[in-house]
Ligand binder design. Structure first.
Ligand SMILES: [Zn+2]
Ligand SMILES: [Zn+2]
Length: 286
């Protein structure tokens, strides 16, 4: 099988898993709900799976792995990487490498997903299907070397597909076919779009609290839906901060949970931006 054919096959599979199946699954679930075939269990499965897999991405892949905002107890680290792997956003080290490339090239020509360079659709999800295999490899080589030393990350990279399937099997086991529809496919549709909105809307729509050389924005709606990741201007100003919400009203669910885990001594070395450093970048426009 030629490399080119193999890549086309892989891209088609991604498109099927990330766009076609979640969209058709969501439409089917809504149609069945219209006919009265929906239970509280379906709704609880959907909401809890959205929250858990999103936290795997926001706390696990993003704040813990990429930005080393805190050090987690091995069991907490295992759970976060497991949940992140169920989110179907790619193996942990791949996700982390592409995201580090985004920070290194924010809103310039080499940004993997900038709406200001290649448009909204490309930044939202188009980049996933157009990013060449070589680009993934070079991102991993340039930005992902440190993840190759991490045995737990390597384990989750190697077993990514298994966790993705477990993330669909669990709701099926609990709620049957309706459980799979709501906890699997509707959950994927929602959680993927919430994460993708950080890359797209949060570089177009919203206010700015801090001076940064990019177009990053703080967006309240994405802030709530994406577990605090919508305070994206704050994040680009201070990438290592464990807390993306930097005003009392900036709801940051991932940040609240990190605080709770810190109190319970399940995470340590939680990075907080010193107030004086924060003041230096503060701008009046909000
Ligand atoms: Zn960004
Ligand atoms: Zn980041």
């Amino acid at each position: 099988m030629s490399d080119r054919f193999q890549q086309q096959l892989q891209t088609s599979l991604y498109f099927l898993m990330l766009i076609v199946i979640p969209t058709l699954g969501t439409l089917t679930a809504l149609y069945l709900a219209f006919l009265g075939q929906i239970t509280w269990l379906d709704i609880i499965l959907c909401i809890s799976m959205v929250i858990l897999t999103e936290l795997g991405i926001t706390m696990g892949f993003h704040r813990m792995l990429v930005h080393q905002s805190f050090i987690a107890h091995p069991i907490v680290k295992f759970i976060l990487l497991m949940l992140g792997s169920m989110a179907l956003q790619g193996p942990a080290s791949n996700w982390a490498s592409v995201h580090l490339k985004h920070h290194a090239h924010t809103d310039d020509d080499d940004d993997p997903h900038s709406p200001t360079v290649k448009g909204w659709l490309h930044s939202h999800c188009g980049w996933i299907f157009t990013m060449a295999h070589d680009e993934h490899i070079s991102a991993r080589q340039t930005f992902g070397k440190k993840f190759q030393q991490d045995k737990m990350v390597q384990f989750f990279d190697a077993t990514f597909f298994v966790w993705s399937m477990i993330g669909l099997f669990i709701p099926f086991l609990i709620g049957g076919l309706n459980g799979l529809l709501w906890g699997g496919f509707v959950r994927l549709f929602l959680a993927l779009n919430f994460t993708w909105s950080v890359n797209s809307f949060c570089h177009i729509i919203g206010g700015r609290m801090f001076n940064t050389p990019d177009k990053s924005k703080n967006n309240l709606i994405v802030g709530i839906l994406a577990m605090g990741e919508g305070w994206h201007n704050n994040h680009h100003a201070f990438p290592r901060s464990a807390f993306h919400g930097m005003a009392w009203w900036q709801i940051d669910i991932s940040g609240y949970i990190i605080r709770l885990l810190e109190i319970l001594h399940l995470v340590k070395n939680v990075y907080r931006v010193p107030n004086a450093v924060m003041q230096e970048k503060l701008i009046s426009e909000k």
